[in-house]
Design a protein around this ligand. Structure first.
Ligand SMILES: C[S@@+](CC[C@H](N)C(=O)[O-])C[C@H]1O[C@@H](n2cnc3c(N)ncnc32)[C@H](O)[C@@H]1O
Length: 196
């Protein structure tokens, strides 16, 4: 199976989408902007009450993802759950570079998911062993088959991370990478409870 999407091109599409979004954002009147921020804060409180930055959307640089993916030590038997996946590039890289069995990418931001889906469907579609869904981690049952999980939203609160860990403990997940930024810093939690 060949994954056709060019990773950098996908990022460029996401950046173009973001720039359009920002332009629209700053052209809003003060009143409209206030309404938008109130709505945004309500959503954030609903999904991650302990961290206001939680739903901040921005595509990471591809080199950043290259660094992140190393910590996952992926192989052909892995089923990767990518939470806060943005445009799903990390999942695509996992399939293209490590030939993993399956990738499940979840992204909350509906506008970003829509822009990505439009772009990807015009460029051959995602590989068959990748699913890309809109929603928060609370919206989905994590399949038991998940072996590794990544959450590249280091600005999220600890409560969110603990909730994700709780859900992962009911799967076959052995590694949860949520922070890999500084040398020597904790890069993730190896799950010691659950089925093993
Ligand atoms: C800094 S961005 C990283 C995006 C992407 N992983 C990348 O590397 O380009 C963090 C993403 O996590 C998403 N996110 C935050 N909390 C989430 C949650 N509870 N469920 C699903 N997505 C979430 C945000 O919408 C945002 O797009």
């Amino acid at each position: 199976m060949i994954a056709l999407i060019d990773i950098e091109a996908l990022r460029n599409n996401s950046l173009a989408w973001l720039q359009r979004g920002e332009a629209e954002h700053y052209e809003l009147s003060r009143e409209e902007r206030r309404k938008e921020m109130t709505w945004y804060n309500e959503q954030v409180q609903k999904y991650d009450a302990d961290m206001k930055w939680a739903l901040y959307c921005y595509p990471n640089k591809t080199e950043y993802l290259e660094r992140a993916i190393k910590f996952l030590e992926l192989n052909e038997d892995d089923v990767l759950l990518d939470i806060g996946a943005g445009d799903g590039r990390l999942s695509l890289m996992a399939i293209q570079q490590f030939n993993i069995k399956q990738a499940i990418a979840i992204e909350w931001c509906d506008k970003w998911v829509q822009a990505t889906n439009e772009y990807v469907s015009e460029h051959g579609g995602f590989p068959e062993n990748m699913t890309y869904k809109q929603g928060t981690y609370q919206d989905f049952e994590f399949p038991e088959s998940v072996t590794k999980c990544v959450f590249l939203a280091h600005h999220n609160g600890e409560i969110t991370k603990l909730n994700i860990l709780k859900k992962l403990s009911r799967t076959n997940c052995t590694l949860f990478v949520h922070n890999f930024m500084k040398q020597g810093e904790l890069i993730g939690e190896v799950l010691k409870h659950g089925k093993r």
